[in-house]
Design a protein. Structure first.
Lengths: 209, 311, 537
C-alpha cells in the first residue's frame, strides 16, 4: 500500500517534519477555504428551503408543527456543549497538555454520540409513521438538510476518534510537534455546530409554533 | 435574413442592428489594431529596439469608462424595447388563447371553446395573449418571425403576446430540449385576415375549406396531434404500441388484466392514458388529451385507427 | 540560469505505472491529468463530429433521434465535466504553478494526487452510464440535466450526475490547493504584484472552483435523491419547482465558464510578452480584472433563465449584471493588444495561438452583447446563435489557449521541440475549420434555428451543410496538432532550458525540470515581465 511518508518517487514532503508554524498556516487556511465550500453547499439547500417555503407556507407550517421542539432543543444544547469541549481540546493542544486534550476529545465524541441517539429518537417514529422523504416537500427538505448534517456529524466523529487515539501517542503535544490537526478538526466541528444552529430555528421554530 | 411580422419585432431588429453595428465597429477596431501591430512591429532582428512601456493609467481609465457607457446604452435600449415585447399594451383588448405543451405537440384552446393541435389560428392586427402551461416537461414556445419566446413549464403559467401585422403562416419551434422528438415538436401560426377569421371562429373551417370525411379527418388529427410520433402505423415499436391491426386485438395490460381494444378503450387511452397501459411499455409517457378533442374528433380518430390494417 | 549539468534527474524518471500513479509530484500529476483530459477530448470530439455528420442533411441518416440526443449529451457532458473544467488548471496549472512562484510543490501534495484519483473515479462512474443498451440506458438529457425531464428519463441520469458530483470534489481539491499554495508558498521576493499573470488567473479561477462547485454538488445530489426516493423538490407534480433546479444549476454552471476561460486568458498573457519582447501592458489592470470577473460571475446566472418564467424585474436586473462582465473582459483585450505596441514581435506557433485567441475571443465576447440584451436575447435564446457564441469562448478561447500553452511549454514539459512547420499548418487548419464551423451557426441561429434539434427544416440546410464541412476540417486539425506534439515527445530535437528567452521562473530550471523543481529556493528581485528594461534575455 501507499506509504504516506515516502512516496515512491521520493517527492513527498512531510508536514510533520516542516516547522510547526508552516504546517499550521497551511492547514488552517486550507480548512477555512473548505469551510467556505461547506457554507455554499448548505447554502444551496437553504435556498431550496426558502423558495419552497415561500411557495407552500401551509405545508411548511404543518410539517414544522409535527416536529418535536423539545428533542430538537436538547440536541442543540448537546451539540453546543460538544463544541465547547472541542474548543477546550484545541486550547489544551495549544498548551501542550496531553491529558486534557485526550479527555476533551473523548468528551466531544460522547457529545456527538448523544446527538446521534437523540436524532435516532426523532427520526425513528417519523419513519415508521409514514413521514418519509417525499411524503411532502417539507419532509423532503427536512430529511435532506438534517440527513446531510448527520453525514457531516459522522465524518466529524470519525476524525475526532482519530484525533483521540493520535493524541494519546503525543502526536500533537510532543516537543516540536504541530497541533494543526486538532486546530482544523476544531474548525470543522464548529462549522457542523453552526449549520445546526441555522437548521434548528428554520425547521423547528419558524411557522409551526 | 429573417422577416419580421409584428410591429415590435421590427423594433427588436432596430436594437439588433444597433448592437451589430457596435459589434462590427469594435471587432474591426480591435483586430485592425492587432494586425497592424503584428505587422508593424514584427521582429526584424535580435537587436530590435523595444520600448519599455508598462502601461498607461489614462488609457486604462478611458477604455474602462467608454465600454461602461456603451453597455449602459445597449442595456437601456434593450430594456425599453423588451418591455413592449414582453407586456401587452395596457388598456387595449387582448384575445387570450391557452397553450398546452406536451411531448411532442402543441395544443391550443380558444375562448369560444374550439381547440386545435399544432396550428395556432389567430386574427390579423389583434393583440393575442398566450397563457401557456406544460403537461409534462419544460418546453419553450418560439415564433422566430415575431421575435417572441417563452418557456412552457409544468409548475406555473407563463405568457407571451404578439400582434401580427400580416396574414400568413409562421413557424413555431420548441426550443427547450424535451426528449426524443424535440426536433419534431413544430407548429404553425396561421394569421387570418378579418373575413377568414370570422368564418373560422364560427365554423372551424377556413374560407373555401370543406368538412373532411371522418377517415381523412381522423388521419389528419392523428398526425397533427402528434400521435404519430409514438404510435407507428406500420408495425414498428416506438415509444408506444403500433396502431397496425390494433383495433379488435386482445392486449395484456401491465396490471395483468387483458382487454380487447375497442372504441371505449381508445377513448379512455386518449383521455386518461395512465389507467391501462399495454404490458411492455413504460408508464408516464403519454400525455392526456382530456378536454382537447371534441367528441366528433374522437370518433374520427377511432374511424382512422380502425382502418389501419395490414391485409 | 539553467546549466548543462548532467547530474540532475528529470521528473520524468523513474518510469512505470506504480511510480506515476502513486506520485505526489505536481508535475507528474499535471501530466496524468493532461493525458486523461485529452482522452476525453478525443471521445467528446468524435461525438461532436457524429452530431455534425448527422446534420449534413435534414432527416435521419446515421443515427435516429434518440441516438442524436445521446451524442450531443455525451459531447456536452464529457467536454464540460471531464475535459474543459479540469482543462487548464489541473494540467498546465498543476505543472506550472509551483514552478512559476518558485515553490517545490503545491501546498498539499497528497490532496493533489487525491484530486486526480477522485477525477479518475468520477470519470469511471460517468462512463458507467454506458454499460447497458444504448437505446434505453445511454443518457439523453443534455449536459444540463433539466428537471423534470431528467427525473422522468429512463436513461442513466444517476451514473452521470453522480460522476459529475464526484468530479466536483476533484475540482474543489485542486482549487483549495492552489489558493493555499499561492498564499503561503511564494518564493522569497515573489510578491503578489510580481507574480506571473497566469498565477493570478489560476487564483481567480480557484476562487470560483471552491465557491461555485459545492452548489452544483448539492443540486446534483438533490436530483439523484429525486430519482432514488422521489423527494419532489424539483418535481412539479409533487409541489416542487423545476425552475429552482435551473437556478441552482446555473449558479454553478455560469461561473464555471470563467473557470474555463480565466486560465486561458492567463496563458495568453504569458505568451504575448515573451514573443513581443516587451513588458505586459497594464499588469495590474489584467490581474485585477481577473478577480473582478470571478466576483461578477456569481451574479449573472439569471441570463440563462431570461425566458424561463422569471419575474420581469429579475430579468432586467440580471441583464444589467451580465453587462458588468463585459467591462473587465474588454479591459483585458485592450491590454493584450497594447502589449504588442512598439515591441519586437515574432510569430512562432505559441504566438500564433495567442493572437488567434485574441481574434476569436473578440468574436466570442462581442456576440455576448445581443445575448445579454433583453430585447434581442428573447429571439436568440436557445438557438444556434448561443451555440456558436459559447463555442467561440470554449473552443476558440479555452481550447486554443490550451493548445497554444502546450506548444509554449512543451519544451519545458518534455525537453523536446516539436516541428514548427507542422505546428503552423495545424494552427491554420484549426483556425479555418473552426470559423467555418461556427460562423454559419451564428447566421442560422439568427434565422431562428433552435439548438439540440436532431432534424431541421429544409430552409436551414445550406448553413448546416457548411457548418458540418467546417467541423470535419476542425476535427482534422486536432490530429495534426496532437500528432506533432506526440511526435516531439519521442523524436523531437532536444530543447534548451529556455528556448524562447522567457524571464519567468519556470524557464530558469532545466528542461524537463528536476523532481525538486529548483536546486535551491530561488530569490526573486524583479517582476516577471521586465523585457524592455535593458535588453535582457
Amino acid at each position: 500500500m501507499f506509504n504516506h511518508k515516502n512516496a515512491p518517487d521520493g517527492t513527498f514532503f512531510n508536514f510533520h517534519k516542516e516547522p510547526p508554524l508552516v504546517a499550521y498556516e497551511f492547514f488552517k487556511l486550507g480548512m477555512w477555504i473548505f469551510l467556505a465550500t461547506e457554507v455554499l453547499f448548505f447554502g444551496g439547500l437553504f435556498a431550496a428551503y426558502f423558495i419552497l417555503k415561500y411557495k407552500w407556507p401551509e405545508v411548511f407550517a404543518a410539517g414544522s408543527a409535527y416536529l418535536d421542539v423539545k428533542l430538537g432543543a436538547t440536541n442543540t444544547v448537546v451539540l453546543l456543549a460538544s463544541s465547547l469541549t472541542m474548543a477546550l481540546a484545541v486550547d489544551a493542544a495549544q498548551r501542550k497538555n496531553k491529558g486534557k486534550l485526550t479527555l476533551m476529545l473523548g468528551a466531544t465524541f460522547l457529545g456527538a454520540c448523544g446527538f446521534l441517539v437523540i436524532k435516532g429518537m426523532e427520526w425513528y417514529p417519523k419513519l415508521t409513521s409514514g413521514k418519509l422523504p417525499g411524503s411532502d416537500v417539507f419532509f423532503s427538505v427536512y430529511y435532506m438538510t438534517t440527513g446531510l448534517h448527520l453525514i457531516h456529524v459522522l465524518i466529524g466523529m470519525y476524525y475526532i476518534a482519530l484525533m483521540f487515539f493520535r493524541s494519546r501517542t503525543g502526536r500533537y503535544t510532543d516537543e516540536g510537534a504541530s497541533h494543526a490537526g486538532v486546530e482544523v478538526g476544531g474548525l470543522y466541528w464548529h462549522l457542523v455546530d453552526v449549520i445546526w444552529i441555522f437548521l434548528f430555528p428554520l425547521l423547528y421554530l419558524l411557522g409551526g409554533h | 435574413m429573417i422577416s419580421d411580422a409584428t410591429e415590435v419585432a421590427a423594433r427588436v431588429d432596430m436594437v439588433q442592428i444597433f448592437i451589430f453595428g457596435m459589434m462590427a465597429f469594435w471587432f474591426i477596431a480591435c483586430n485592425a489594431v492587432l494586425v497592424y501591430f503584428m505587422l508593424r512591429y514584427r521582429r526584424k532582428g535580435p537587436d530590435d529596439k523595444v520600448a519599455n512601456i508598462k502601461g498607461n493609467h489614462m488609457l486604462e481609465i478611458v477604455w474602462t469608462v467608454i465600454p461602461c457607457i456603451l453597455v449602459l446604452i445597449i442595456f437601456y435600449y434593450g430594456v425599453v424595447v423588451w418591455k413592449d415585447l414582453r407586456v401587452p399594451p395596457e388598456g387595449e383588448p387582448v384575445y387570450e388563447i391557452s397553450v398546452t405543451g406536451q411531448k411532442w405537440s402543441w395544443s391550443f384552446k380558444y375562448p369560444n371553446g374550439a381547440t386545435t393541435g399544432n396550428e395556432l389560428i389567430v386574427p390579423v392586427g389583434t393583440n393575442i395573449k398566450l397563457n401557456m402551461k406544460s403537461a409534462d416537461v419544460i418546453h419553450s414556445f418560439f415564433i422566430p418571425e415575431f421575435r417572441v419566446k417563452e418557456d412552457v413549464v409544468p409548475s406555473q403559467y407563463t405568457y407571451m403576446w404578439f400582434n401580427a401585422k400580416y396574414a400568413g403562416e409562421y413557424n413555431i419551434f420548441c426550443t427547450e430540449y424535451c426528449g426524443k422528438d424535440h426536433s419534431h415538436m413544430l407548429g404553425k401560426v396561421k394569421v387570418l385576415d378579418a373575413d377568414n377569421w370570422e368564418n373560422w371562429e364560427k365554423t372551424g373551417l377556413m374560407l373555401g375549406e370543406e368538412i373532411l370525411p371522418p377517415l381523412e379527418n381522423g388521419e389528419k388529427l392523428f398526425v397533427k396531434r402528434g400521435c404519430k410520433g409514438c404510435h407507428s402505423i406500420d408495425g414498428v415499436k416506438l415509444v408506444g404500441p403500433t396502431m397496425l391491426d390494433a383495433y379488435g386485438r386482445s392486449a395484456a395490460f401491465d396490471d395483468g388484466q387483458s382487454y380487447t381494444i375497442d372504441d371505449n378503450y381508445i377513448v379512455e387511452s386518449i383521455k386518461y392514458p395512465e389507467r391501462h397501459i399495454v404490458a411492455g411499455y413504460p408508464r408516464g409517457q403519454m400525455p392526456s388529451f382530456d378536454g382537447q378533442l371534441s367528441d366528433s374528433e374522437l370518433s374520427d380518430i377511432i374511424t382512422y385507427i380502425k382502418s389501419i390494417k395490414s391485409e | 540560469m539553467a546549466t548543462e549539468n548532467k547530474e540532475y534527474s528529470p521528473y520524468l524518471e523513474p518510469k512505470g505505472f506504480y511510480n506515476w500513479f502513486w506520485t505526489v509530484d505536481h508535475k507528474r500529476i499535471g501530466l496524468m491529468y493532461l493525458y486523461s483530459i485529452l482522452f476525453f477530448f478525443l471521445i467528446a470530439g468524435l461525438c461532436a463530429l457524429g452530431v455534425r455528420a448527422e446534420l449534413f442533411y435534414p432527416g435521419e441518416q446515421i443515427v435516429d433521434h434518440h441516438g442524436y440526443n445521446v451524442l450531443f449529451t455525451l459531447h456536452g457532458a464529457l467536454m464540460v465535466f471531464l475535459f474543459i473544467v479540469p482543462g487548464i488548471p489541473a494540467t498546465l496549472g498543476n505543472f506550472l504553478l509551483p514552478l512559476m512562484i518558485g515553490a517545490k510543490d503545491v501546498a498539499f501534495p497528497r490532496l493533489n494526487i487525491l484530486s486526480y484519483w477522485v477525477y479518475v473515479l468520477g470519470a469511471l462512474v460517468v462512463l458507467g452510464s454506458l454499460i447497458g443498451p444504448p437505446g434505453s440506458s445511454w443518457l439523453d438529457t443534455g449536459w444540463t440535466f433539466y428537471t423534470p425531464y431528467s427525473i422522468e428519463s429512463s436513461t442513466g441520469v444517476i451514473p452521470v450526475t453522480l460522476g459529475a458530483f464526484i468530479l466536483g470534489f476533484a475540482s474543489i481539491l485542486t482549487g483549495m490547493n492552489f489558493i493555499v499554495t499561492i498564499h503561503r508558498m511564494r518564493a522569497p521576493g515573489m510578491t503578489w504584484h510580481r507574480m506571473p499573470l497566469f498565477v493570478w488567473s489560476l487564483y481567480s479561477a480557484s476562487l470560483i472552483q471552491v465557491l461555485a462547485t459545492p452548489v452544483v454538488a448539492i443540486t446534483l445530489l438533490l436530483l439523484i435523491m429525486e430519482r432514488l426516493l422521489g423527494i419532489g423538490i424539483f418535481s412539479a407534480a409533487m409541489g416542487g419547482d423545476p425552475i429552482l433546479f435551473e437556478n441552482m444549476f446555473w449558479f454553478y454552471s455560469h461561473p464555471v465558464v470563467y473557470i474555463m476561460i480565466l486560465p486561458a486568458m492567463g496563458v495568453v498573457a504569458e505568451i504575448l510578452p515573451v514573443f513581443a519582447r516587451k513588458p505586459i501592458f497594464g499588469y495590474r489592470a489584467i490581474a485585477y480584472s481577473s478577480l473582478a470577473i470571478a466576483l461578477v460571475s456569481f451574479f449573472v446566472w439569471g441570463h440563462h433563465l431570461f425566458v424561463s418564467g422569471m419575474s420581469n424585474w429579475s430579468r432586467w436586473i440580471f441583464s444589467l449584471l451580465t453587462f458588468a462582465v463585459a467591462i473587465p473582459t474588454a479591459i483585458k483585450v485592450f491590454n493584450w493588444i497594447g502589449t504588442l505596441y512598439k515591441g519586437s514581435v515574432s510569430f512562432e506557433s505559441p504566438m500564433l495561438y495567442a493572437c488567434g485567441f485574441i481574434f476569436l475571443f473578440t468574436i466570442a465576447g462581442l456576440t455576448g452583447l445581443p445575448l445579454a440584451t433583453l430585447a434581442t436575447d428573447v429571439h436568440l435564446h436557445d438557438t444556434y446563435f448561443v451555440v456558436a457564441h459559447f463555442h467561440y469562448t470554449m473552443q476558440g478561447g479555452t481550447v486554443v489557449a490550451l493548445v497554444g500553452g502546450l506548444h509554449f511549454w512543451w519544451p519545458k514539459i518534455y525537453g523536446r521541440m516539436f516541428n514548427e512547420t507542422v505546428a503552423q499548418v495545424g494552427f491554420w487548419t484549426l483556425f479555418i475549420g473552426f470559423n467555418a464551423t461556427f460562423i454559419p451557426q451564428f447566421i442560422m441561429g439568427y434565422q431562428g434555428m433552435p439548438r439540440r434539434y436532431a432534424d431541421y427544416l429544409g430552409e436551414f440546410h445550406d448553413m448546416h451543410f457548411l457548418s458540418s464541412v467546417g467541423a470535419m476540417i476542425n476535427g482534422l486539425a486536432y490530429f495534426i496538432i496532437f500528432g506533432n506534439l506526440i511526435w516531439a515527445v519521442y523524436k523531437g530535437k532536444r530543447a534548451s532550458a529556455n528556448p524562447y528567452g522567457s524571464l519567468s521562473l519556470e524557464w530558469q530550471t532545466p528542461s524537463p525540470p528536476p523532481l525538486t523543481n529548483f536546486d535551491e529556493v530561488p530569490t526573486v528581485t524583479d517582476w516577471t515581465y521586465g523585457y524592455g528594461d535593458e535588453q535582457k534575455a
